[in-house]
Design a protein around this ligand. Sequence first.
Ligand code: SAM
Length: 438
Amino acid sequence: MKKNDILEVKIIDIGVNGEGIAKIDNYVIFVPFALKDELVQVKLLKVNKNFAYAKIVNIINASEFRAKPKCPVFMKCGGCNLQHTAYSNQLQIKTNIVYNTLNKMLKKPFSVNPTIASPKSYGYRNKMQFPVNKNGIGMYALNSHRLIPLDECPLSQDWCKKLIGIIHDYRSKSHISLYDEESGKGTLRNVLARVNEDSIMVTIVCNGIPTHLEILSSLLQNNFKKYGLYYNINKLKNNTILTNEFVHVSGIKEQTSIDFGIRHTLLPLSFAQINREVQNLIYAKVLELIDNDIVIDAYSGAGLLSAILCTKAKEVYGIEIIKEATDNANTLKAINSIDNLTNINGDCAIELPKLISTLPPSTVILDPPRKGCDKRVIAALISSKPNKIIYISCNPATLARDLSYLEDYYNIEFIQPYDMFPQTKHIETLVSLKKINE
Ligand SMILES: C[S@@+](CC[C@H](N)C(=O)[O-])C[C@H]1O[C@@H](n2cnc3c(N)ncnc32)[C@H](O)[C@@H]1O
């Protein structure tokens, strides 16, 4: 087999990135955007010793689950992997990925609940970020810095289309120059925006001080109920999107929302989940699972979940490594007059073992980044054995590894994937674990 060969293959499975998998004898061929049971003609793009990557040339027998993508640049833009299949099938694919990934690591039998759907399968994103260059405003093609111009993104609602139109308008009225990566010249280089129930917060990232911002302010004012505008100065000649240099221009300075009775404010740099409805489904489940006891919220981010848990728990301890996020969590605590919350700024690998050794067994919530939990966190859990562990994971592979360390000491009560990111390969999974009583 060699590059550019054309073959006819049957797709027998779906891989962890949502791609089709075919086999010829034991040789594996990965075919992005192909579905299980499809017969496809493919062209080999990259041929290795044991596997190859190929692209579809022709679909000979299409799956009954094939769907028409909503986005005209799907397959070119790197954002989505699954628009080519019906939403019900996306959910099934995600359940299978979680099951297959955990099955490789766990010794005891287990089952995975069907993935809980996002209330919106399109139009769910509350945050977007668009690079700008001489080709326009859009998204980078997969693994590249080639900009694909866009008029809208179906993952976010009408606000995104409106905003892109406004940026084009501002550009033509202000004659602001567009950034060129090669020469490092030009001003406007990125546009970031987030919406909540009643407002939009826009940050334009510029290689110097932008001009005619009154034009952009009035366009935003005329098109949105409430808006805020910042610019961020970024003169770095690398891939960094934002620096710490924010200047408020006009409108609101922060966005305020209420979830589970907790008021929280967001600045342009603050972290918030991009699918708020699914975030709240997960938070509601976690709230249901905890008791009126001591709860540790490890990897607590900007602290919204910790604050929500305070409405039921006796005491909550949040641990987060990023200083600004802990500051945010302390602001949340103050504006909501919470008195049973302690926010610790530090590394869970150091702070969790310390904290856990001074507390009676309680519930520990783990919501680590993609690399999963540090070994010292797992070791501290195994030595002190809190009654319950609730693990929220954004990466089935590291979830599988961490559960394999815990399964001798904990029973898995349930494994529940949530579709936080429809149309993409990403999966969020909540696992509830209960201590095995000796
Ligand atoms: C997946 S986010 C979870 C955020 C939060 N629980 C939420 O629901 O929004 C993971 C968080 O862990 C933090 N983090 C990463 N490594 C850490 C470490 N070693 N110790 C403490 N926090 C860490 C990140 O800064 C990030 O805020």
